[in-house]
Design a protein around this ligand. Structure first.
Ligand code: PLP
Length: 396
């Protein structure tokens, strides 16, 4: 399909930040027949559908084992518990992520220890991790933010040297690669989310853990069902965190399309870069930086807005009915619920600057070219206005 693209796309056109309807329309027949299969069998919890999805995800990530659970958050908690991490233990992670990254550490009973990010990739800075290691440190939890993998080799070296586990928060990064290997097999355990807006999104909540370690796999499998090893024999206290057969059936249909969708997201990212250049907004809008040894899958396409203009650009887009979002407006170390950890503003300047500067633009796979053009036309408009304000300020 080709689109005619005008320099000024329809000024009245509203552009949603994300629209899941066109994707569903494409695959609706397959999804509904998978759903009907589950209904005709009436086996709704775990079972063959979940085992099949686990095998398919394991193969997709090149992991030996995959274990489905109720959400990405539960995947992180179960992973930490399977590693025996609990009260008195510390887990090193990033302050610039979704809340569940840090809350899962607390839910497991351990303490999150934050380390600042790299300003260009927004990911945990491996050069700062070693200084944060103490005798209580048990694991590192890197987050592959927006769909780009962290710098894993140095993290792996530190982990080996200090005998630490690595739990990847790969919720935004299914299919992302680091030096030819996929997210989910870059540490001890990988954790995924199937929240509907993730790159592989279900029809509700869902999650998965991946690992090459058979003992960890067995422990995660029982932790998701109350620590039951079979026959109501409970060897430890687990959770109720089972994956529904309906979710697995839907996800199996969608997994077949995932790589194609990732390519579309990459295409949109490339196109944004070209349009930014053509419209001359690069002085104010910095596109995401991708390291050469990574495959970025763009769960979010996040730009950095320079010179403190982020909120002005955000308001400008909103008033032009163009969807956009801030991931994330407040760093985790400054969240009220983590006050007792004792962090203060200024502790992690790169994470704090990112909260102030980042802006996510529409980038779902089915984003129409004309909508993307409209986003950039509006950005160009807004940048023009901002430069005018600046010039008047300088002249005054
Ligand atoms: C979505 C997300 C989670 C949590 O996943 P849920 O399935 O919503 O529980 C954890 N970490 C990151 C980075 C996420 O983006």
């Amino acid at each position: 399909m080709t689109y005619t693209v005008s320099i000024n796309a329809d000024p009245e056109r509203s552009v949603p930040f994300i629209d899941l309807v066109p994707q569903h329309r494409e695959i609706a027949a397959d999804v509904m027949s998978a759903v009907e299969r589950v209904f005709s069998e009436q086996k709704f919890i775990l079972g063959d559908e979940v085992v099949a999805l686990e095998n398919e995800i394991a193969a997709y990530c090149d992991a030996d084992h995959a274990i489905g659970c109720n959400s990405g958050t539960d995947a992180l908690i179960i992973a930490l518990q399977a590693l025996g991490i609990g009260p008195g233990d510390e887990v090193i992670t990033t302050p610039f992520s979704f809340f569940a990254t840090a809350s899962s550490i607390c839910r497991a009973g351990a303490t999150p220890v934050f380390v600042d990010i790299e300003p260009d990739t927004f990911n945990l800075d491996p050069n700062r991790v070693e200084d944060a290691v103490t005798p209580r440190t048990k694991a590192i939890m890197p987050v592959h933010l927006y769909g780009q993998c962290c710098e894993m080799d140095p993290l792996q070296r530190i982990a080996t040297q200090h005998n630490l586990a690595i739990v990847e928060d790969a919720a935004q990064a299914i299919g992302a690669e680091y030096r030819g290997r996929r997210a989910g097999v870059l540490g001890t355990i990988g954790c995924f989310s199937f929240f509907p807006t993730k790159n592989l999104g279900g029809a509700g909540d869902g999650g998965m853990m991946t690992t090459d370690d058979p003992e960890l796999a067995a422990r995660m499998k029982r932790l998701r069902v109350h620590g039951d090893v079979g026959g109501y024999e409970h060897v430890e206290i687990g959770m109720n965190s089972r994956l529904d057969a309906l979710q697995a059936a839907v996800l199996r249909v969608k997994l077949q399309h995932l790589d194609h969708w990732s390519v579309r997201r990459q295409h949109h990212a490339k196109r944004y870069g070209e349009l930014f250049r053509q419209t001359g907004v690069l002085d104010l809008i910095a596109p995401p930086r991708v390291r050469a040894d990574r495959r970025h899958v763009y769960n979010q396409y996040c730009v950095r807005v320079r010179e403190g203009h982020r909120d002005a650009v955000l308001q400008g887009l909103k008033s032009r009915k163009v969807g956009c979002a801030v991931y994330y407006p407040k760093p985790l170390h400054l969240q009220t619920c983590f006050k007792s950890l004792g962090y203060t503003p200024g502790d992690f300047p790169h994470a704090e600057a990112a909260c102030h500067d980042v802006l996510a633009l529409p980038s779902y796979p089915e984003l129409p070219a004309i909508d993307q053009q409209r986003v950039v036309d509006c950005l160009a408009d807004i940048c023009q206005e901002l430069r005018g304000v600046q010039r008047r300020r300088l002249a005054a």
